[in-house]
Design a binder for this molecule. Structure first.
Ligand SMILES: COc1cc(COC(=O)c2cn[nH]c2)cc(-c2cccnc2)c1
Length: 241
C-alpha cells in the first residue's frame, strides 16, 4: 500500500517511523511519502491560509496550494493508470469504524489531506475528496493526529503486519461487540483473582463466558452497537444478539 500525506507539519507524522507502522514500512508492506503543503504555495511568503469569506474567526486553507499538490501527486500514478483514494480527516466526516478501516485496507493508494486552521476551502473538498472521515465528535487543531489514528487502524489489517492473524479477525467491533476483559499472570493480584473459567481449560465454557461478558459490556457502555446488531439480525432473519 502506498500512502501520501500532505501537511504543513510533516514532523507531526514522525510517529509513523515507529512501532507497527514503522515495522510495516521497513518490511515494504507500506510505502509512506510525506509532503509539505507549503512547497506548492505560489506566493513568496508560501502562504497556505487566508481570511474566511463571510467573516468569522480564524483562517481557511487556500485552494491554490492544495490544487497544485493534489494535481502533482495524482499525476504520479497516471503512467500506470493508478488513481489514489483521497481522504480528508475532518469533524464533519463520516464516522471512522473498524468496517471503514477494513474498506480502506483494500485500497492500494491512499492520500491524506491534513487540514489546519478552520478547514480547507470547500472547492478543494468538493473536487478532490473521495472520503471525509471523522475519528470522533470533537475538534482537533489539525488532521495529522486523525491521519495517524486512521493509518494505524488500517495498517494492522494489512496481511503480514500483525503476527497473530486471529488477533485481527476476532477484533472487538469485528463481531459488532466490545471485547471481553483480558487477564494474564499472576492468577491472584492483591485481592483480585482471575475468573476461574479462564483457567479451567474448558474452551467451550471460556467462549461462552467471553460472549456473555462482551454482551454485558456492550449493553452497559454501547447500547447503540447492540441496536445495530439487532437490526442486522432482523435484516438477515436470524435471532437477536
Ligand atoms: C479538514 O477540515 C478540518 C480538519 C480538522 C482536523 O480534523 C479534526 O478535527 C477531526 C477529525 N475527526 N474528528 C475531528 C479540523 C477542522 C476544524 C474545524 C472547525 C474548527 N477548527 C478546526 C477542520
Amino acid at each position: 500500500m502506498r500512502v501520501d500525506i500532505v501537511t504543513i507539519f510533516p514532523d507531526y507524522l514522525s510517529p509513523l517511523e515507529l512501532s507497527l507502522v514503522g515495522r510495516a514500512r521497513a518490511r515494504g508492506i507500506l510505502d509512506v511519502h510525506l509532503h509539505d503543503l507549503r512547497q506548492w504555495a505560489d506566493d513568496v511568503h508560501r502562504s497556505v491560509d487566508d481570511a474566511p469569506y463571510g467573516g468569522g474567526p480564524g483562517m481557511v486553507m487556500r485552494p491554490q496550494p492544495w490544487w497544485a499538490a493534489l494535481t502533482e501527486i495524482r499525476a504520479l500514478g497516471a503512467a500506470d493508470g493508478r488513481r489514489p483514494r483521497i481522504v480528508v480527516p475532518t469533524p464533519v466526516g463520516r464516522p471512522f469504524t473498524q468496517a471503514y478501516a477494513a474498506d480502506l485496507a483494500d485500497v492500494p493508494w491512499l492520500v491524506f489531506c491534513c487540514g489546519r486552521y478552520e478547514g480547507i476551502d470547500a472547492r478543494v473538498i468538493d473536487e478532490w475528496a473521495d472520503d471525509e472521515i471523522s475519528i470522533g465528535d470533537y475538534v482537533l487543531a489539525g488532521g495529522e493526529v486523525a491521519t495517524l489514528v486512521i493509518l494505524e487502524a488500517v495498517t494492522r489489517l494489512l496481511p503480514g503486519v500483525v503476527g497473530n492473524a486471529e488477533s485481527v479477525t476476532d477484533d472487538s467491533f469485528t463481531d459488532g461487540l466490545l471485547e471481553a476483559p483480558v487477564y494474564t499472570r499472576p492468577a491472584v493480584w492483591g485481592d483480585r483473582e482471575v475468573p476461574a473459567v479462564l483457567r479451567s481449560g474448558d474452551h467451550a465454557a471460556i467462549g461462552r463466558w467471553r460472549r456473555a461478558e462482551a454482551l454485558r459490556r456492550t449493553a452497559q457502555r454501547r447500547p447503540d452497537l447492540l441496536a445495530r446488531q439487532d437490526q442486522a439480525a432482523a435484516d438477515d432473519g436470524s435471532g437477536g444478539a
